[in-house]
Structures are given as C-alpha cells and as structure tokens.
Design a protein around this ligand. Structure first.
Ligand SMILES: C[S@@+](CC[C@H](N)C(=O)[O-])C[C@H]1O[C@@H](n2cnc3c(N)ncnc32)[C@H](O)[C@@H]1O
Length: 266
C-alpha cells in the first residue's frame, strides 16, 4: 500500500482508510495531505476511521461533516438508531445521515404507493424511504437476520411507522416472488453477490417511470481497481455493467457515500 501524507505521519499512522488512487490504478493511497490534522481529529466522522472501520470510504470525512451540517437534521428515532448502531460490529452498513436524507428526498419526489427495500438492518433507510409514501402506501422490507429484523420492528414502532412498514424476515430471493405489488421505488441494499438476481426479479414488476436505487456500487473502491479482486467487488462490477447495457432503463451512478446507482424504468 502506498501512503501519501504531507502532514504529521505520526498523527495518522494508526489510520487505515484505503482509497484507490485514480492516477495510478491498481495502487492504494491514503490522501490526507490537504487536511488539517487538528480539524480531521475533531471531525465526528474521523472516529470511524480511527476505529479502523471506515464508514465513508470515498467521501472525504471533512466533506461528509460539512454535508451533514448543511442537511436537515436526523429526527430523534433515526439519531437513536445511529447512536445504537455504532456499538454494532456492522455499523458501517447503516445508510447514515446524508444518504438517509437523500433517500427521503427521493421518496418525497417519487411519492410512491409501493416501496420495496431489500436489506433492512436496523430499519434506518426504511424509515427514511417511508416518509415520502402516499397516504395509504406501503413499504415492504426484507431482512435475513432474525436479530436485526427484531431491532428494526422495534424502531418502526418507536417511529409510529409500523402501520405502513411491513417487515418480511427471511431470504429476499424467496420472498420477492411472493410480493406482487407494482413497485414505484426499490432500494437494493442486501448481499452484493445477489444484486443482479434482485434486479432481474424486481424490474418486471416495476411500473414504468419507477425508480430502483442500488447501494454500495463503488464497493469501497474495489470496482475502481484495474484487476478487481473479491467476490463482492466482482459481483457489483458485473451488476453495474449489466445495468449499463440494459436499454430499458435510464441510469446515473452517484458518488454519494459508497456509490448509489439510480435506475429509472423507461
Ligand atoms: C447494508 S445492510 C442494510 C442497511 C439498511 N438498508 C440501511 O441503510 O439502514 C444489509 C442487510 O441485508 C441483510 N441481508 C443479507 N443478505 C440477505 C438476503 N439474502 N435476504 C435478505 N436480507 C439480507 C443483512 O442481514 C443486512 O442486515
């Protein structure tokens, strides 16, 4: 790994934020040369880096702090989930403040009657997406792990959203074919090796003009490498290629957090 630092190396020597270097494909670099070490260490997002669990892989932590500061605040239930999730070994799976607000904004723009979410975790993104539902609309979310499904249901109760969010515990590959709604908005955020399968399952059931949002399409920078290694990076790259070649949809890949692919059915 190549490490480029202009500031105090000792200050940063415990960091392991790995970012692929676009100027030198195949190598990895840590770019903190433009940072003020004091500012960075005061950044709330810095904590994630110091704990060796980069939540924000691509976006500079100071830029993320700035984005959070100038976005609407999380409501109290979402904030409680954020605080609770940081004690969880898979805390980095949570959409988080800015991405959550972005999903909420999309949902308000789409005004969906039926939303499908694949991968609930603690229910953070489900609560964001449910905010834009039409009156009488439903959000169906699928979670494989019992423990997370229970936590999510508790959070839906706390947010008074249980009447509009239906949680299905089990494997999404089995559950999706049993749900026959005309989806307006779908959020794909479960196991990366099945993204292509989820896409093929949901697309025929989407209404024309419906929107699919797929998370982690940069997969921590893995897809940027000259030679992609690892099954998740390979699966995500294959998924991105498949969507790119699908002429029945419009798409834009956004460098929000770990990469969001927005796909609109024509
Ligand atoms: C990245 S997390 C979801 C985060 C959540 N959407 C959010 O932003 O707050 C992915 C979740 O998908 C679940 N998952 C993985 N494979 C699954 C499958 N085959 N079916 C359903 N859920 C699955 C995992 O247990 C995990 O909780």
């Amino acid at each position: 790994m190549e490490v480029l630092m202009n500031n105090s190396i000792s200050t940063f020597s415990h960091f392991s934020l790995i970012i692929s270097n676009p100027l030198n494909p195949g190598s990895f670099s840590v770019f903190f040369n433009a940072c003020n070490p004091l500012e960075l260490s005061q950044s709330p997002n810095c904590a994630y880096l110091c704990e060796n669990r980069p939540i924000v892989d691509i976006v500079h932590p100071l830029a993320l702090d700035y984005a959070e500061k100038f976005s609407s605040a999380e409501d109290s239930v979402l904030n409680d989930i954020t605080v609770f999730a940081h004690k969880h070994p898979h805390a980095q799976m949570l959409s988080g403040h800015v991405q959550g607000k972005f999903l909420e904004m999309l949902s308000f723009l789409v005004q969906p009657k039926y939303v499908l979410e694949i991968g609930t975790f603690m229910g953070y993104s489900a609560l964001c997406l449910a905010k834009g539902l039409q009156p009488g609309g439903q959000l169906h979310t699928i979670e494989l792990r019992e423990e997370d499904a229970k936590t999510a249901n508790t959070n839906f109760d706390k947010a008074n959203a249980s009447h509009k969010i239906i949680l299905h515990a089990g494997n999404a590959l089995d559950i999706i074919p049993t749900l026959q709604m005309p989806w307006d908005l779908v959020f794909i955020d479960a196991d990366k090796t099945n993204y292509a399968a989820y896409y093929k399952l949901v697309l025929p059931q989407m209404r024309s003009g419906g929107l699919i949002v797929a998370d982690n399409v940069l997969f921590h920078g893995d897809v940027l490498q000259k030679e992609i290694k690892g099954k998740n990076g390979l699966a995500i790259h294959a998924f991105n290629k498949m969507v790119k070649e699908d002429e029945t949809v419009e798409k834009v890949l956004l460098t929000v957090r770990d990469g969001l692919l927005l796909i609109r059915k024509k």
